[in-house]
Write a protein of this length. Structure first.
Length: 83
């Protein structure tokens, strides 16, 4: 039976670590405050804007095709109880 509200989907997220110049970190923090958003969101959005605009990168990608990762759905619902 389907519900009125579809299940929430969540992309698979992985943790990365990056070292940045102190000045860039300060500016990133200021931008996060300005947008009232966290670092993860701001960095992801910046990369999402930068990648499509870089025509050289787009051509490189065509020549170095990699399989796309599948988005896995994670359900918020608890498993059914055994009666």
């Amino acid at each position: 039976m389907s519900s009125y509200i579809p299940k929430q989907t969540r992309p698979v997220r992985e943790r990365i670590e990056a070292k940045l110049d102190r000045e860039l970190i300060v500016e990133l923090q200021q931008y996060c405050e300005y947008l009232e958003s966290d670092r993860d969101y701001v960095i992801a959005q910046a990369l999402s804007v930068a990648f499509p605009k870089d025509k050289g990168f787009a051509e490189w990608q065509r020549n170095h095709a990699m399989p796309q990762p599948r988005s896995e759905e994670v359900s918020d619902q608890a498993p059914p109880r055994n009666k």
